[in-house]
Design a protein around this ligand. Structure first.
Ligand SMILES: NC(=O)c1ccc[n+]([C@@H]2O[C@H](COP(=O)([O-])OP(=O)(O)OC[C@H]3O[C@@H](n4cnc5c(N)ncnc54)[C@H](OP(=O)(O)O)[C@@H]3O)[C@@H](O)[C@H]2O)c1
Length: 337
């Protein structure tokens, strides 16, 4: 079996993530319907498949000069997960999440998003150990209650420690806090950049006026990104924020890129448009269509689907280097309402 044939393998998940089978995208059964136990052997197969799917798209992240995979990985699990981690010190599905993140890195994804609030920084730190740090682009966020100068510095020191790294590629303000002048927070961010603790400055959940305020508060460094809710169903950012990002060379990190799984649901996307795009571009999942829409619509957009299932991460990484034509982008928008 050569690499190209392996790259045509599809991972399909059965029984809630307990079993996998591997079949060819052409529909020819390779070693299926063999169900393999979720064991190291199975995870190795997932790694192998992820590696050979190939064709991960990379693009420059804003004006940083850093080449980042167009599709990244998010590490916000849910609120119960955070509460259990915070109150009980228990991280559910830790091994599975760890292998999901590593599967993504092995597949070529180098953008990983976390936040002090998510309680996943330590986990990310452990997952990236052993990989070439210089090739990864680690993004984390400071919580809105930590936006005064001393608190920003302290929060960053703690994030660095939890991540086990000596710099953060992208440090983002998680949400605006109207009680703290943005100029004070941005001055602290610039101080962190001067001290080499962070490389680039970003924001999240900033409206266009707030983004403009953030841009004009920065003295030495540009604003590199805004992280916003953006997917095929929820396209508000296309009205104002995305055009501004394009004009200013600012990256847009898209969170909820598959609408919590809704856009990945086979039953949710059975429109003729999605089916036609899937077959013409050789995509195997609806999630791939949803992610490719985002990265085709603008070269500044970087979706960050959650990494918790190695199979889904492999599928999300495997976009085959393809972008949608303007006609297909338009057709998807019309079909999505
Ligand atoms: N800045 C902010 O305020 C903010 C807010 C929320 C989130 N975020 C960031 O954005 C990231 C993504 O957000 P999210 O996780 O809530 O939304 P999401 O990625 O749109 O949705 C995650 C859901 O989609 C499923 N999924 C992903 N890929 C799939 C595939 N190929 N096939 C089938 N199902 C698939 C996941 O299932 P599995 O888990 O089984 O794969 C999970 O249930 C977060 O992890 C976080 O880093 C930022």
């Amino acid at each position: 079996m050569d690499c190209l044939s392996v790259s045509r393998l599809l991972c399909r998940e059965y029984a809630g993530g307990t079993y996998f089978s591997f079949i060819r995208s052409a529909g020819i059964i390779y070693c299926s319907p063999e169900l393999i136990d979720l064991s190291n052997e199975c995870l190795n197969q997932v790694y192998l498949t992820a590696r050979f799917f190939g064709d991960v798209i990379y693009r420059k992240f804003a004006r940083t000069g850093f080449s980042v995979s167009a599709v990244g990985m998010g590490t916000y699990y849910d609120f119960r997960w955070i509460a259990a981690a915070a109150l009980l010190g228990k991280q559910f599905s830790r091994a599975r999440i760890m292998s999901a993140i590593r599967t993504g890195i092995d597949a070529g994804i180098n953008l990983i998003d976390t936040a002090e609030f998510y309680r996943s920084e330590e986990l990310v730190g452990e997952a990236i150990r052993g990989y070439d740090r210089e090739k990864l682009f680690i993004a984390t966020k400071v919580f809105p209650t930590h936006l005064r100068r001393e608190k920003v510095i302290r929060a960053c020191e703690k994030s660095l420690k939890r991540l086990g790294v000596n710099y953060i590629d992208l440090y983002q303000i998680h949400f605006p806090n109207p009680r703290v002048p943005i100029a004070e927070t941005m001055a602290a961010m610039e101080e962190l950049a001067d001290r080499g603790m962070i490389r680039h400055i970003g924001v999240s959940n900033f409206s266009l006026p707030r983004m403009k305020e953030a841009v004009s508060s920065l003295r030495k460094y540009p604003l590199s990104s805004n992280q916003m809710h953006y997917n095929l169903i929820h396209r508000d950012v296309e009205r104002d924020i995305l055009p501004y990002c394009e004009e200013m060379g600012i990256a847009l990190l898209a969170y909820y890129p598959v609408a919590h799984g809704k856009l990945a649901d086979a039953h949710g996307g059975k429109t003729n448009v999605i089916a036609s795009i899937k077959s013409r571009y050789g995509f195997t999942t609806n999630a791939q269509v949803a992610l490719t829409y985002l990265i085709s619509r603008s070269k500044n957009t970087f979706p960050i689907p959650r990494a918790s299932n190695p199979v889904h991460v492999s599928e999300n990484a495997a976009l085959g280097g393809k972008l949608l034509s303007p006609e297909d982008i338009e057709a998807l928008v019309s079909a999505s309402g």
